[in-house]
Every structure is written in structure tokens, then in C-alpha cells.
Design a protein around this ligand. Structure first.
Ligand SMILES: [Zn+2]
Length: 290
């Protein structure tokens, strides 16, 4: 791994010398391309587009990033190929890491600008971000999206505008990219600007079947029937309780009425042996209550 890195750096520096010769008469901005080219050519960085050098050089676009990136000025110098060569390997590695992070954060801002959207659209058309794994999306191209704009929280996901769902990237290299380098808004911004790219809504749905029978429908029907049965049972139980309460109230009312009648008619009934209907009702009611 270490020797491979050295070999890589050898080629990088060899390439740099060539580029220096090539652009000897050019301006500083010509060298700006270099680190970005190297970064973009690295395996696993295929989701990144090339941020315009003018965008990086305009410090207004980088507002606030100095508080988010360690060794900000060295990292920016590295991205723009203005870094002093007198850094030791260890320090260069630290600055390199910061430069990658800084480029990612600048990238997230750039891709939602008009020119950034155009560049990402080209990548989308070439299916650089892969295709939707859902069978019924018929290999629809994907776009990178974040679940959080805050760095170091969530890795990048892939959004399919056909099924409006998100997926994990297949490759572990892509799956480890910080989502903050793309942002939550990017794909939706792209479709706002290019509404003609939004595909018609997919009405196709997968139907689970066992021996040709629609399993999903049967299960759904069963659940519906169970729910109806539970509801009606609950209603019946509530009705029985209500009826019992009602009956008890009626009996108490009748008993109370009978009591007052008894008081009023006591003298008239003093010599009679026959029971009044109200007395019968009273004793019957009392027996029922008990
Ligand atoms: Zn899809």
C-alpha cells in the first residue's frame, strides 16, 4: 500500500513536471486543474464533477468553510496547486485529507449552481451514478443525494426519480463518501431546473403470488375480515353492557315509584289481603337486582 502510494506520487510529480512545462507560459489558474484532475481520476471519486476553477477562486463562494476545514488555507492552496513543496510527508498527508474534505464541501455548493447542475446533468445522462436496482424502474439512472447536509453524519445515497426512493451505492468506495459533498437538495434542484427529465409516474407494482394466487390480496382480505370481526365483537360487548345498565336504571326507577305509591295507598290497603301489582313488581325487581 505504502509503496503503491509512492509509485502513485512519482507519477503524479512526473505528470506535474510535464504540466508545468506545458503551461509554462500560462497563468496560475492552469495549474489549478492539476490537483482537481488527479483527485477526479482516483478510483471511487467518479461521483464528483469538476468544480470550475473560477468558482473555487472566488472566495465569496467559500464563505464559512474556513471554520469547517482544518488547515483550510493550506488545503485550499493544495487544491489550487499553490502549496509550498517544503512540507514533510506526514504534514502533506494531513493537508491532503483536508483538501479532499474542502473540495467535497465546495462541490456540494457548486453542483447547485447553474453551471454545476449542467455538469452533473451530463454525468446523470452517462449514468455515472449507476442505475436503479428496482426491477420495475427499468434501469433508470440515479443521482447522488444526502440525508444530512452536516459533514461526517451520513454517507451519500442514490436517488431514483422514477420510484422516488433512495439506495445505498453498490461499491464500498462510493458508499463511504460523505453525503455532505452532495447535499440534500441537489437532485430535487436538478429536476426543478430540468422538469422535462422527470419521468412519468410508474404505476407498475410487483404483486406477490403463490401458485398464481395473489398472496398480497388474500392477506389483505384476511386482515380486513379480522378487523371487522374484532370491531363487531367490541360493539356487541359494549351494547350488552349498555343494555344491562339501562335495565338496572329502569328497575331502580320502578322501585322508587312503587315505594312512593305504597306510602300513599297504605291506609286503603290496610284491610286487603291481595297484593298490588306494584308490590309484585317491586319484589320482582329487587330479586332481579340481587
Ligand atoms: Zn427506482
Amino acid at each position: 500500500m505504502g509503496s503503491n502510494t509512492h509509485i502513485l506520487w512519482f507519477f503524479v510529480f512526473a505528470g506535474l513536471e510535464e504540466r508545468v512545462d506545458e503551461y509554462e507560459s500560462g497563468t496560475d489558474s492552469d495549474y489549478t486543474q492539476y490537483w482537481v484532475d488527479w483527485f477526479l481520476s482516483r478510483k471511487g471519486n467518479e461521483y464528483f464533477c469538476e468544480v470550475d476553477e473560477e468558482y473555487i477562486m472566488d472566495r465569496f463562494n467559500l464563505t464559512g468553510l474556513n471554520t469547517e476545514v482544518q488547515y483550510y488555507s493550506q488545503a485550499l492552496d493544495m487544491i489550487t496547486d499553490n502549496l509550498d513543496d517544503n512540507l514533510d510527508d506526514e504534514m502533506r498527508e494531513i493537508v491532503e485529507k483536508s483538501a479532499r474534505h474542502l473540495y467535497g464541501l465546495i462541490h456540494a455548493r457548486f453542483i447547485i449552481t447553474a453551471h454545476g447542475l449542467t455538469k452533473m446533468l451530463e454525468k446523470f445522462k452517462k449514468c455515472d451514478f449507476g442505475r436503479c436496482p428496482r426491477v420495475l424502474c427499468h434501469n433508470h439512472p440515479l443521482l447522488p443525494v444526502a440525508l444530512s447536509d452536516v459533514p461526517y453524519t451520513k454517507s451519500v445515497k442514490l436517488y431514483c426519480c422514477r420510484c422516488e426512493d433512495i439506495y445505498n451505492p453498490k461499491s464500498s468506495r462510493h458508499a463511504s463518501i460523505d453525503g455532505a459533498y452532495y447535499g440534500c437538495s441537489f437532485p430535487h434542484m436538478l429536476f426543478q431546473v430540468y422538469p422535462q427529465l422527470v419521468p412519468p409516474k410508474s404505476t407498475e407494482r410487483y404483486v406477490p403470488r403463490i401458485f398464481g394466487f395473489k398472496l398480497h390480496d388474500v392477506a389483505k382480505q384476511h386482515r380486513h375480515q379480522d378487523r371487522i370481526r374484532e370491531d363487531s365483537h367490541a360493539r356487541i360487548m359494549a351494547g350488552i353492557e349498555g343494555l344491562q345498565q339501562q335495565q338496572q336504571q329502569q328497575r331502580l326507577a320502578i322501585a322508587a315509584a312503587a315505594g312512593s305509591q305504597k306510602k300513599g295507598g297504605e291506609e286503603n290497603q290496610q284491610n286487603s289481603n291481595s297484593k298490588s301489582p306494584s308490590m309484585t313488581t317491586e319484589s320482582g325487581a329487587m330479586a332481579d337486582v340481587n
